[in-house]
Design a protein around this ligand. Structure first.
Ligand code: DGY
Length: 327
């Protein structure tokens, strides 16, 4: 490896992180605000020692081949890594990393913000006022659903799901969860959460917050069948990955009053949003802002840089996803 490793960043990151990287590396940052077109990425990745990707770039055998043998690491600036084919990275001898933990609490805050906004019709109320319609306080006006002391069902009870549970506990909520595994008793005790089978959770919960990874098993986990089992007063929140929810089926369920409302940070065909959802008042939508705070984006940037430095120093990156790369 040359004395100064050569790093490509596909989107601008926090300047402190870029600066840290530049102290030891030659850095190219791709500045196009709508991301790097794939054909261009395949060209400019050639000969890099490290590649810093976002969830918007697909990392697969084609990209790794285009990068060439010098590539040591693909450091994803996100906790989710469904954009990365880990087997392809391992086969190419390339380390892959992500940014877990540093964004847990911030993403849980976002889930709770969506939950509160959808339950209490915050977006709708704001749109109403901004439309300058005539109004007067009314006892039946824009009634929502109570959050406190209701039941929240958390689907996927990893770090972020548990952080949402801690917030729910503060609202006096009953917490149930569904996960492939039963969590250790100390985790259940800390959050007061009880495990449920999926169908039981769907029927029992007033609020459902999704925190699963996107896999073939979780794609469209929430579709017409699931919405049919939920309460008509239920609120669905998704801050995980868009394709976990069948967006057209969700729009249909919201329109038909099968569920009360939804709060979405992520979309099935991001950055596109299903047209019917855009037309509905009972859905709160934000553009994938789960981890978008100054502190957290800085922490994600610095962890990404730490991973890159470890790889170029021949050390184990702190959040390595494919340890089998060394087998
Ligand atoms: C992630 O990290 O996976 C989020 O979706 C983006 O912050």
């Amino acid at each position: 490896m040359s004395e100064r490793p050569n790093v490509l960043i596909t989107r601008p990151v926090m300047s402190e992180a870029e600066k840290a990287l530049r102290e030891r590396c030659d850095v190219t940052v791709h500045e196009n605000e709508f991301g790097i077109p794939r054909p261009e990425l395949l060209e400019v990745v050639a000969g890099r020692d490290a590649l810093i990707t976002m969830l918007t770039e697909k990392v697969d055998a084609e990209l790794l081949a285009a990068a060439g043998p010098q590539l040591k690491i693909v450091a994803n600036h996100a906790v989710g890594f469904d954009n990365i084919n880990l087997a392809d990275c391992t086969a190419a001898g390339v380390m892959a990393t992500n940014t877990p933990e540093v964004l847990t609490e911030t993403t849980a805050d976002t889930a709770f913000a969506l939950l509160m906004s959808a339950a209490r019709r915050v977006g709708e109320g704001e749109r109403f006022l901004r439309s300058r319609q005539k109004w007067i306080w009314g006892p039946l006006m824009m009634m929502g659903q109570d959050v406190h002391h209701k039941t929240i069902g958390i689907v996927g009870f990893g770090r972020i799901g548990q952080a949402v549970a801690r917030r729910a506990k503060g609202f006096g909520m009953k917490v149930v969860y569904h996960d492939a595994v039963q969590l250790p008793p100390e985790v259940e005790a800390e959050t007061g959460a009880e495990r449920r089978e999926m169908d039981v959770l769907l029927a029992e919960a007033d609020f459902i917050s999704i925190h699963v990874n996107l896999t073939e098993e979780t794609r469209h986990l929430f579709g017409a069948e699931a919405f049919g089992k939920m309460k008509p007063t239920a609120v669905l929140v998704n801050t995980s990955r868009g394709p976990v929810v069948d967006e057209q089926a969700l729009a249909d369920a919201l329109k038909a009053g099968e569920i009360f409302a939804a709060g979405l940070d992520v979309f099935e065909r991001e950055p596109d949003v299903t047209e019917d959802l855009l037309q509905l008042e009972n859905v709160v939508i934000i553009p994938h802002l789960g981890s978008a705070t100054v502190d957290t984006r800085l922490a994600m940037g610095m962890l990404t840089v730490e991973n890159v430095f470890a790889a170029i120093d021949g050390k184990l990156p702190p959040t390595l996803l494919n340890p089998d790369v060394f087998e």
